[in-house]
Design a binder for this molecule. Structure first.
Ligand SMILES: [Zn+2]
Length: 514
């Protein structure tokens, strides 16, 4: 069919422009240098605005009947539609992108100071996880709020206002609902989560207090205690490792599941540097062709969490079919973060840590650590709901944002302010990836679901009894299928159940009561 061919041609053109944009973004995040990120984005918008491409897509709507082709059409329609509503919206989209890019540079080049001395993110993590001096940990943790003022002064509130305006102009009732719908999720999805949390909160808090009491001497877990508690439970996390050889243990892990990363074109930039972003990222420059990992590690075993997570993203990209240009655009953020979290979670599983530790205590330590992590898992709702609240509240100043933060924490966890200024702006997602944080939590939920389904299907008690079969299961059931269905449909196809947070909460309850 001629028009189906032209759909693929348009998608290829879009992919090439996106590849160029990703390359320039990568350069900006690793070096702080701008080789024309905005110009590359403008070219994408120009293509998306193209009237004749939009006509091609719309003309196909009446004649496509095959479900696979209809899905492709739906993905392309979702991609192009917002750029054919009004000129004002297209201008706003460009303005939003430019301001996002400017603010991301503020975040990427900012460095926190403690007692007048600059400190890098891995050094900060090291202090937070190993210093028994609680006041010092508090000072280090709170230094993360230093970036709030410059971020707001450079225009964070304008960015939020522009996103709100954008959503309203598309006809949506607010930016949160607009974004969830864009992600093919139910806009009401998060509504029952608050009640769900209320039910499980006493058990979460009790478990956290039980762990904390013996470690910090206080049953109140403060934000600067969390990583310290984790590494007191499993001191292996703080063990120093030779990061010059970081790739071999990662390679060995993925090989167990049948993924050979030596054949994949993955670039790693893993050590801290001036002007480099302090976060961990995988830039999928081009699906199945070029993947680049940015991280900031030093010399601790716990640093493998981010390296495994980002390598998980890269393996996902290389295990996907690069020829499916349109379907690859339809892969949900939940699938991406779910697969990345799945591999990230192997840091505390024997198949990975046994490459470093052989002590008899280690399995017990990591078992306890996993229980602690379960008790903290729904703390993620704090960031998810704060991010959403930014778009439903009336905000005029940094004080308003701070107030919103405290109200959110009080409302969800019944906790009072822990300082004059809360720590929020350093979470880059609020700036660059709004209404995205739910992907990590639902990604975790998806990992649990996948493991359950696999074990049931194969009648096993541990996936490591058949690791290669698990690798194939993930590839066939998830990776190969992921672009073909909106996420809730994919979830139901694999698990037979509707996507709901209660799947995760019931699991947390089971593990905490154990
Ligand atoms: Zn990720």
């Amino acid at each position: 069919m001629k028009s189906a061919e032209s759909l693929e041609t348009i998608a290829l053109e879009l992919k090439n422009l996106s590849t160029e944009y990703s390359r320039r973004s990568w350069a900006r995040y690793t070096t702080g240098l701008d080789f024309g990120v905005n110009e590359a984005y403008e070219k994408i918008v120009d293509l998306l605005k193209n009237k004749s491409h939009w006509d091609t897509i719309q003309n196909l709507a009446g004649i496509v009947s095959d479900p696979a082709e209809a899905r492709k059409l739906q993905i392309m329609e979702n991609t192009f539609k917002p750029f054919h509503l009004s000129d004002g919206l297209n201008k706003l989209a460009l303005d939003i992108q430019q301001l996002t890019s400017k603010l991301s540079s503020v975040l990427n080049s900012h460095r926190c100071s403690v007692n007048g001395k600059q400190i890098t993110s891995p050094d900060m993590e090291k202090i937070l996880s190993s210093s028994p001096d609680r006041e010092f940990r508090k000072a280090v943790f709170l230094s993360r709020s230093q970036v709030s003022r410059p971020l707001v002064d450079t225009g964070f509130l304008d960015l939020v206002a522009m996103r709100k305006e954008y959503a309203l102009k598309t006809g949506a009732s607010d930016f949160v609902r607009y974004s969830l719908k864009e992600q093919e999720l139910n806009p009401e999805m998060c509504t029952p989560w608050r009640d769900e949390l209320k039910l499980i909160l006493p058990l979460m808090q009790q478990t956290r207090s039980d762990f904390a009491g013996g470690i910090t001497g206080s049953e109140h877990v403060m934000p600067w205690d969390e990583t310290f508690i984790a590494s007191s439970i499993a001191p292996e996390l703080n063990s120093s490792v030779d990061m010059a050889g970081f790739l071999s243990p990662i390679d060995a892990l993925f090989e167990r599941f049948g993924f050979d990363i030596s054949t994949m074109n993955i670039t790693y930039d893993v050590f801290p540097r001036k002007n480099k972003s302090e976060w961990g990222y995988n830039f999928t420059i081009e699906m199945g062709t070029d993947s680049r990992i940015l991280a900031n590690v030093r010399d601790r075993f716990s640093d493998f969490g981010v390296l495994l997570h980002e390598t998980g993203h890269a393996v996902h990209s290389f295990a996907s079919n690069p020829g499916q240009i349109i379907l690859n655009r339809g892969i949900s953020g939940i699938v991406s973060e779910g697969i990345a979290n799945l591999f990230g979670s192997f840091r505390t599983r024997k198949v990975f840590y046994s490459q470093f530790f052989q002590s008899d205590d280690t399995p017990g330590n990591f078992k306890k650590l996993n229980k602690w992590s379960r008790a903290c898992q729904l703390r993620a709702l704090g960031r998810i709901f704060f991010d959403q609240a930014l778009y439903t509240a009336e905000l005029k100043s940094l004080d308003d944002i701070n107030e919103l933060y405290w109200n959110n924490t009080r409302d969800l966890f019944q906790e009072e302010p822990y300082a004059d200024q809360p720590v929020w702006a350093n979470t880059i997602h609020y700036t660059t990836h709004p209404i995205y944080l739910h992907n990590y939590l639902l990604g975790d939920l998806t990992c649990d679901m996948l493991e359950d389904v696999f074990l049931r299907k194969e009648s096993l008690t541990d996936m490591m009894q058949k690791p290669e079969a698990f690798g194939s299961f993930v590839k066939e059931e998830v990776i190969d299928a992921s672009g073909r269905y909106p996420f809730p449909e994919l979830f139901k196809r694999i698990s037979g159940e509707d996507l709901s947070l209660s799947f995760l909460t019931s699991r947390i309850i089971r593990e905490l009561q154990n």
